[in-house]
Design a protein around this ligand. Structure first.
Ligand code: ZN
Length: 424
């Protein structure tokens, strides 16, 4: 049986405004006759444009034991997302038209969110020669964002050429800013806690130096740079300066860098091991302020599922990364408060603009594509890793009580989540 094409979302607050009814028909927010529509009681709920994640690791192809396009898509829908950008560090690496088309097709087949593949900047993420950026851009996946995420494009000449190449078709290079020579052997943020624990430090300047270099390169070339997972106060200052000069740079922060500090490493629990590492409270404070004032444009999850054997081992051997899709909205809500317009900007409109996802990032008003999510801001939930739709369990928030709950998500008018549960 086909799902009804018509839904009436009753008594919803669109972005915190007074209650209204939203009619959803034929994939758009409509006006007119609600007769025959299935009614969704939205008393007390807030409607947001469907969230867009610019930084997701879906692990397929290659590590389907940790995540698949389908399981990651389901986690995304449950988190309120209608589109995610899939990072290229799969196996094989997404550095050809063939692989990005495969990921794109798997996303369409799952049908839970729009999966937009990100292409690798360099062949095999090896940082030696440029991948087939043009072929990926003109493929069925229409790649616009390129990133070696997990690795930094540390060679400045290669970075310059990548920026020049994508300028021709309005692409963007998303940099994982980490000067590798400065982080050799590093285990956690370089600072007082690392000294106390006797772990090799990961200095803030390893990130800041690359961002400083890259904003200058982007300015020189006149091309678009996006900075992944900004984690230090110094990086914020470099970005503030670059933006004031008119450099075409955008930046993201992850939920975990907005909430957790390097003190977590004192537990030696590898669930808190992440790249870039958790930083001190002073950095967290600067990141929160930058997200509010717009120096940081968006929240991106860096959802990084890992199999148990890659995470439940000694700190030094554990893979870096954390789950993020199902908790990002709650954490952003706890950081920004119920400023729904700002949340919509940082988690939907701005990421959709950066990624060029024209069907996403529109407020749910008549005429807009019906990509939206309904949130219950009054709900509180305790994070239980066993309840995650991800194939992995490496959430750093286990046992924490977080505000807000996604009640429903619609992708082009079709519910992917209803009553807080995935529809398929
Ligand atoms: Zn990264």
């Amino acid at each position: 049986m086909n799902a009804p094409h018509k839904y009436l979302i009753k008594g919803v607050s669109v972005l915190g405004r007074p209650k209204t009814d939203l009619l959803i028909q034929d994939g758009v927010v409509a006006e007119g006759d609600a007769k025959g529509a299935e009614v969704v009681d939205a008393d007390g709920l807030v409607a947001l444009p469907g969230l867009v994640d610019l930084h997701t690791h879906l692990r397929e192809p290659g590590r389907e034991d940790a995540e698949t396009v389908e399981s990651g898509s389901r986690a995304a829908a449950l988190g309120g997302y209608t589109a995610v950008c899939a990072m290229a560090n799969t196996s094989p690496v997404a550095d050809t038209a063939g692989v990005v088309e495969q990921v794109y097709r798997l996303g369409r087949e799952a049908g839970l969110v729009d999966v937009q593949p990100i292409g690798a900047v360099t062949v095999g993420l090896a940082g030696e020669r440029l991948a087939e950026l043009g072929a990926m851009a003109t493929s069925a996946a229409a790649v616009r964002i390129f990133s070696d995420d997990g690795h930094c494009v540390s060679d400045p000449k290669l970075m310059r050429r990548a920026l020049e190449y994508v300028k021709a078709f309005g692409g963007v290079i998303a940099q994982h800013a980490e000067e590798p020579r400065l982080t050799e052997g590093a285990q956690m943020h370089e600072g007082e806690v690392a000294t106390r624990l006797g772990l090799t430090g990961w200095p803030a300047v390893a990130e800041e130096a690359i961002i400083a270099r890259d904003v200058l390169l982007a300015e020189h070339v006149g091309s678009r740079l996006h900075v992944c997972h900004v984690s230090t106060a110094g990086s914020v200052e470099v970005l503030r300066h670059a933006k004031a000069r008119g450099v075409r740079v955008t930046a993201e922060v992850t939920p975990h860098h907005l909430l957790l500090t390097d003190e977590r490493a004192t537990s030696y629990d590898p669930v808190f091991k992440v790249n870039p590492p958790l930083r001190p409270a002073s950095d967290v404070e600067a990141l929160r302020k930058a997200l509010k004032d717009g120096v940081i444009d968006i929240v991106a999850t860096d959802h990084a599922p890992h199999a148990v054997e890659d995470k439940e081992c000694e700190w030094a051997y554990a893979r870096p990364g954390m789950l993020g899709l199902e908790t990002a909205l709650s954490i952003t809500l706890s950081v920004l408060g119920e400023d729904w317009d700002l949340i919509a900007e940082r988690m939907s409109r701005a990421p959709a603009r950066i990624a060029g996802l024209d069907g996403h990032g529109h407020d749910p008003v008549p005429g807009a594509p019906a990509n939206l999510t309904l949130v219950d801001p009054a709900a509180r939930r305790v994070v239980d890793p066993a309840e995650s739709a991800s194939r992995s369990r490496n959430t750093p928030y286990a046992g924490m009580t977080l505000p807000g709950r996604v009640v429903a998500t619609f992708l082009r008018g079709t519910p992917t989540v209803l009553d807080g549960k995935a529809v398929k």
